[in-house]
Ligand binder design. Structure first.
Ligand SMILES: C[S@@+](CC[C@H](N)C(=O)[O-])C[C@H]1O[C@@H](n2cnc3c(N)ncnc32)[C@H](O)[C@@H]1O
Length: 206
């Protein structure tokens, strides 16, 4: 679902870049590892500040990143041109990620999946594109925040079937993720680090 002008402003400025680097540092702390030399995917990259943070904090060799909004993809492309071959940007939908299965060493979601109507489908897609043993790192906005009257008035979100912390944890487990670390803040924001287990003899190790 696309965002209104206020949301675009909140997520497209240098304060957002600074906050996103802090979010990325906390995710690395929770993950207990970098992906040095690996390739990452960022879903819903917006203006692309997360790409810089993933390259620097998680020591990725390359970051692929996409957004549903083509204008934001172009803004990110301009901002990140100096990164050359380290970054690949494209337009795509979280519900149908057009890349081969088992492509990435990590997938990052900074406040995107709660915008997706078919959010469970997005989680399935993220699981599919991760290599076995790779990690999904997410910072998410929970239903309690979205349903707050002030947020409802000012921000655009889908109103049906949003998720709380336990819903999101359950959906991650349902597609096969192993939860490594999860946290919630004030019932409103969630932090998730989950691993796609390595398959043993045709089934996934838990
Ligand atoms: C809250 S903003 C976060 C942007 C960026 N990740 C950040 O943290 O600054 C949500 C982003 O998700 C994108 N988005 C919404 N639905 C999407 C979908 N189905 N597939 C891909 N991106 C989507 C929006 O265009 C927007 O850029």
């Amino acid at each position: 679902m696309s965002e209104n002008r206020l949301q675009r402003l909140i997520y497209s400025n240098c304060l957002r870049a600074w906050i996103q680097e802090l979010e990325c540092r906390y995710l690395r702390h929770l993950a207990g590892r970098s992906i040095r030399g690996g390739v990452a995917l960022e879903v819903g990259c917006g203006a692309g500040y997360g790409v810089d943070a993933i390259l620097e904090v998680f020591e990725a060799r390359r970051v692929d990143a996409f957004d549903l909004d083509g204008e934001l993809v172009e803004r990110a492309r301009t901002r990140l041109a100096r990164r050359g071959e380290q970054v690949r940007l494209f337009r795509a939908d979280c519900e149908a990620i057009d890349v081969p299965s088992e492509s990435y060493d990590a997938v990052f979601d900074f406040a995107v999946v709660h915008h997706v109507l078919g959010w469970r489908r997005a989680i399935e897609q993220i699981f599919r594109v991760l290599k076995p043993g790779a990690v999904f790192c997410a910072v998410e906005v929970l239903d309690r925040f979205i349903s707050n009257p002030v947020a409802r008035r000012l921000l655009d979100h889908p109103s049906q079937d949003r998720f709380g912390h336990e819903d999101f944890r359950g959906a991650l487990r349902d597609v096969g993720f192993k939860l490594l670390e999860t946290r919630q803040i004030a019932d409103s924001f969630g932090w998730y680090v989950a691993e796609r287990p390595v398959a043993i003899g045709g089934s996934h190790a838990s």
